[in-house]
Design a protein around this ligand. Sequence first.
Ligand code: RRO
Length: 308
Amino acid sequence: MDLSTTIAGVRFPTCLMNASGALCVTKAELEALGQSRSGAIVTKSMTPAFRQGNPEPRYYSFPGGSINSMGLPNLGYPAYADIIPTLQTFGKPVIASIAGLSPPDFLEAARAITAVSPDLIEVNLSCPNIAGKPQIGYDVEASRALLLELKKIVTVPMGVKLPPYFDPVHYEITARMLLDVKVDFMTVINSVGNGLVVDPEEERVVIKPRYGFGGLGGAMIKPVALANVRAFWKLIGDSIPIIGTGGVVSGTDMFEHILCGAKAVQIGTALVDEGVGVFQRLEKELGELLQRKGYASLSDCRGRLQEL
Ligand code: RRO
C-alpha cells in the first residue's frame, strides 16, 4: 500500500511522522527518527538560545493520555542549524519547528534556519507551558502580524502549528487569517493547554511546573483534534494542506484523521510511550485497514467523512 503524501510540493515517503516535541530534542533522537519508519524528521521547537526547560517531573503518561509542561527545552537554533544537513541525508523531509518568547525570537530563528534550507518550517503558535506567555494562536491579529513578518524571511514552505479551538467563530477568523497570509500547511492540534491531572492516592498533582497544569495529549484529545481537522478542512479544503495531530495510537486513529481531511498525521504521546517502533506498527495497521476497506490510496478516502 502506497502511504506516501505530498505537502506544499514536498513528497513524504509515508504520511506518518513524529509531532514536534516527541523524542526530537537531541541529535541522537533526531537521527533515530531518521533511521525509523517516520515519514519525516520534525525537530523540537527551537529558540535562539539553549533552554533547560521547566523543572522535573514535567511529563506524565497515564492510560488515557499524557500531560506535559516541558517549558520549551531545546538546544537553540545554532545547534539545529548544524544538525539539519546531516538529517537531510536520511531521504525524508526535515521539518524545522521554530518558537520564541517574543516575535523577534521567531524572526531570528527563522532567518538562521532558512539559511540551512530545511524542507519545511513549522511555526509553533501554540506552546501552552511558558508562564506569562499566552499562546499566540489564540490572538489572531498577533498571529497575522508575526506570520507576515516571517513570510518575508522564510523561503521554504512555511506552516503553522495551531492550538485547539473550541468555537466555530475561532475556526472562521483563524482560517481567514491563514488564507490571507498564505501559509503553506497547518498542523492541527498542539496539546490541549492547561489541563490538570490529579493523583488521588497521593492527593497531589503529577507534574511539578506551574502548579501541575500542563498540555494534554494522547487518546483523550482525539475528538478535539478531529473536530479541529474537520472544521478547518470544511473551511479551507485543500488550499492549505492539514497535518492532523492528536490522539493517534492506532492505524484506525490515523484513518479517522484522514477521513476528516488530514494529508498526513503526527504522533506525540504514542511515540514517547512506545519509541520509534511505533511508526512501523501504525503503518502496518493503516495499510491493513485501507486494504480491508478496499481503498487503493489515501486520496480515495481523504476528507470523505459522511454526515448524517
Ligand atoms: O515544550 C513544551 O512545554 C511544549 C511545547 Br513548546 C508545545 O508546543 N506543546 C507542548 O505541549 N509542550
